[in-house]
Design a protein around this ligand. Sequence first.
Ligand code: MG
Ligand code: ZN
Length: 218
Amino acid sequence: MQVPVIQQIMKANDQVANENAKTFEQAGVRVVNVMASPGAGKTSLILEAIARLPAGMRPGVIEGDIASTIDADRIAAHDVPVVQINTGGNCHLDAPMIRTALDHLDLDALDVLFIENVGNLICPSNYRLGSHVNLLIASVPEGHDKPFKYPGMYANADLVALNKYDLAEVFAFDFEAFEHGVRMVNPTVPIFRVSARTGEGVDAWLSALLQQLALQPA
Ligand code: MG
Ligand code: ZN
């Protein structure tokens, strides 16, 4: 009788995700769920995005990690409101965790909220949080075969940022193979080649993200 139990958990998560979405709507905050494997550069790319936001646009961050406040401390150093969720070993964020984190954020003072999910390519996309955009960050050192190995995460992405593209030659990264893998499960998702380190491609990617968040005219 395992299946009914799992379905119930999902239903409960969806219910809270809907409440979160309503809360975001009321506060006028647009929200992106940032997912990736560990080390893909989620925090770095979030910081790059924040540095390039249009003048007056107010960001906030929720940091999900199994342990530690290392990433949250990096965000806080830039004077951006940030709340840390330590999942205590859990490998993904869920909607109730976000609900709790929202008690510690002044949503009325924010326009855009980045939720950095736990670094994991298996289950985060199964748990709706109430966000508007699912951003998947891939990275060159992981190899171009990842879309074939983790199709669920790629199938649920609204936007793909392929980070560390400045290293493509070093790693003999085959972009066409990567793109083919993505297209097999998600034929239309936009893919941007970026480097948080050099800044290459970041403006074009951010512009697409803001459009998907309805924060910028198309
Ligand atoms: Mg991080
Ligand atoms: Zn998980």
